[in-house]
Design a protein. Sequence first.
Length: 193
Amino acid sequence: MTAQVTRLRQQVPLLVWLVLVWMLLWGTFSWANLLSGTVIALVITTLLPLPSVETTGRFRPLAALRFLGRFLVDLLVSSVEVSWLAFRPGRHRSAIITVQLRTDSDLLLTVIAEALSLVPGSLVLDLDREHSVMAIHLVQVRDLEHVERQRANVLGMEDRVVRAFGSAADIARLDEPGTTTPETEGTERMSQR
């Protein structure tokens, strides 16, 4: 009985969201739309159940504001840089780097990957969940020092996400000595375009 109650508690926000989307698609509120949206939401969640996501973390508002502020700055700066690249004549160097992350939470890894992919100039290509290794394509790199700065930026993003949404154990793992990205031979490939 407890497993069913837990599953229902996890499904309620999804059901409410699906009904809300249904109502917005129709553009008018009516009892028929509410009822049909509820039925469709129940059918969708029954036929296509989502796997449960462990949410052991907690929301920390100040850390979330820090994450959001830095994310918006990164978004603005990289948008200008990518715009400049589009209009600048000549070739530029791109790279694929790997970064060893310190968190192993699926939810936090997803948030980190989404945040990195939303910033122009970087795209997450692969995420090895088992080893918490992320492969990232960078549109513009100047030299190996720039690659290392970008790797440090990824770890900084991880730090802000974990401190905003992670559990106490996730935060403790960030603060452990020796948990920075190891220097690994062949973890970056640069190309000239």
